[in-house]
Write a protein that binds this ligand. Structure first.
Ligand code: ZN
Length: 491
């Protein structure tokens, strides 16, 4: 075997282990009996221990070093494989084992405390653990290393090469235009919430399956199930799982299906030759989110999409939507209502929710904000940026799970995804100027084919910014997203 074959064999083994753990995680969210949680936690600990030992094996480091010496002689894919394995190896070996164990113990301890704190509107009970999580994340950044600021090291975990400076630039471009547009969009566009008859959940599931099949989700290589929160996970090249949730008076499940379906289309169309390697999945959280948001919002909340789908909706739910008109539906699903909760936010206000989290976690990591002052800082920004008063910490600073997970640096990838989605869509519109007719006729194969060719099939071969540059001819540029919002909401 040559050196690349040796590396591929190592990669295949690690990929299998991670997919088995992903299956255990999926099972925990979808199937696990209540009393099996403790056992499952032990099984996770055992499996992660086995995977970790293989990830930090010095012999693997030696193989990577040898392959790096071949450098330019390797194919583009093999160079990417080596680069990616180096990145994973460094991330695993830079953190001392006792630190990894301590961080994992701390997050296991913090999660139930956060759940209770949110339930009881009791930030004070969570604050000491949050302070520890901030301190640990700061240490994590020091272990991982950074050029300018500690936060860069945390961002890089989720979005290779992203820095706080770059995120700041993006938000500086977004902050004022978003606030202006929200102020203008308020009022006239506000549509009373839809109150129809209850849906039968079986009908909702059937319709969600139909939407997924329509955009090209391959049910021979994936499934849709139910869970408390919708998510998408890959268990291998031929096994993509998405989940959804259904409430009897909401069509939110349609947008969840399109969102998770967008993640799944990306994974299902990665080149088969990349399977069982670290290149065989979407490249970063930001690029991944660009695909979920493109299908959910740019396509899924457009008039052309509903020109095709409204008849299907009427037919599936005659009691609820038999009389629904396109204009009313469009106002309903695109209503602008700045509110308290990020996951319920409209397209105009969503990124201000992310901006608030970015500013606050940056200040926490840099030691400029104490966790005890966090709720006040949170509430002040919600008043300032979104014009809403925060009535309780449960609906404020305690609403997201990310910090309880110790995931600092994760939030900005949501905005990166939104910005990239508009930039990628702009590139598609240039090759399909008739895109409104294409989508309006229910032809989703054309855009899926283009996205597959440009993005999906490459998996993680190109780093995120390089991929965007190849697809759109530019680095990330917030102008496309602002232009998209203006065309949609300011007419
Ligand atoms: Zn997503």
């Amino acid at each position: 075997m040559n050196i690349i074959d040796h590396l591929r064999a190592r990669a295949a083994e690690l990929s299998d282990l991670h997919h088995v753990m992903a299956l255990m995680q999926w099972d925990q969210e979808v199937m696990l009996p209540v009393r099996a949680a403790a056992e499952r936690a032990q099984q996770f600990a055992t499996m992660s221990g086995i995977a970790h030992r293989k990830e930090v094996d010095p012999a693997l480091g030696e193989l990577i070093r040898t392959a790096e010496a071949d450098g330019d002689a390797l194919s583009v894919v093999d160079q990417a494989l080596v680069r990616r394995m180096r990145r994973d190896y460094d991330q695993s070996t830079k953190l001392p084992e006792e630190f990894v164990v301590a961080l994992s113990a701390l997050t296991s301890q913090a999660l139930p405390v956060w759940v209770a704190a949110r339930k009881n509107n009791d930030f004070a009970s969570f604050a000491p653990l949050l302070a520890k999580l901030v301190a640990m994340s700061r240490r994590q950044a020091d272990y991982l290393g950074y050029e300018k600021e500690p936060y860069d090291a945390l961002l890089d975990l989720y979005e290779e090469g992203l820095t706080a400076g770059r995120v700041r630039e993006c938000f500086d471009a977004l902050r004022d235009p978003l606030r202006t547009m929200i102020a203008k969009a308020g009022g006239g566009r506000d549509e009373p919430p839809w109150e129809g008859e209850m849906f039968a959940v079986e009908e909702q599931i059937r319709f969600a399956d139909r939407m997924l099949a329509m955009i090209g989700f391959d049910f021979d290589r994936g499934r849709q199930d139910r869970s408390a929160h919708p998510f998408s996970t890959g268990l291998g090249g031929c096994d993509q799982r998405v989940t959804n949730r259904y409430s009897p008076r909401s069509i939110e499940f349609i947008f969840s299906a399109l969102h998770e379906g967008g993640h799944a289309l990306y994974e299902q169309n990665v080149g088969a030759d990349l399977a069982r390697t670290p290149l065989g999945a979407g490249v970063s959280l930001g690029i991944h989110e660009s695909q979920s948001r493109l299908w959910e919002n740019i396509i899924g909340r457009s008039a052309s999409f509903w020109r095709h789908c409204l008849p299907l909706l009427r037919e599936a739910f005659p009691a609820q939507f038999g009389e629904m008109e396109l204009g009313r539906l469009m106002r309903m699903i695109n209503a602008v209502r700045p509110g308290l909760i990020r996951v319920e936010a409209d397209e105009l206000s969503y990124n201000l929710h992310v901006l608030i989290r970015f500013e606050l976690e940056l200040a926490l990591i840099n030691g400029e904000l104490a966790t005890t002052d966090l709720p006040a800082a949170w509430n002040e920004r919600y008043r300032d940026y979104l014009g809403v008063a925060v009535p309780s910490d449960s609906d404020g600073v305690l609403q997201d799970i990310h910090w309880a997970h110790g995931s600092f640096g994760y939030f900005p990838t949501y905005t990166i995804g939104n910005l990239a989605s508009a930039q990628i869509w702009h590139a598609y519109c240039a090759v399909d100027p008739e895109h409104e007719a294409t989508i309006g006729q229910g032809d989703f194969g054309r855009i899926r084919g283009w996205l597959t060719e440009q993005i999906y099939r490459h998996g993680s071969v190109y780093p995120p910014e390089e991929l965007l540059l190849r697809v759109t001819g530019e680095r990330l540029n917030p102008d496309y997203f602002l232009r998209y919002l203006k065309n949609k909401f300011m007419v």
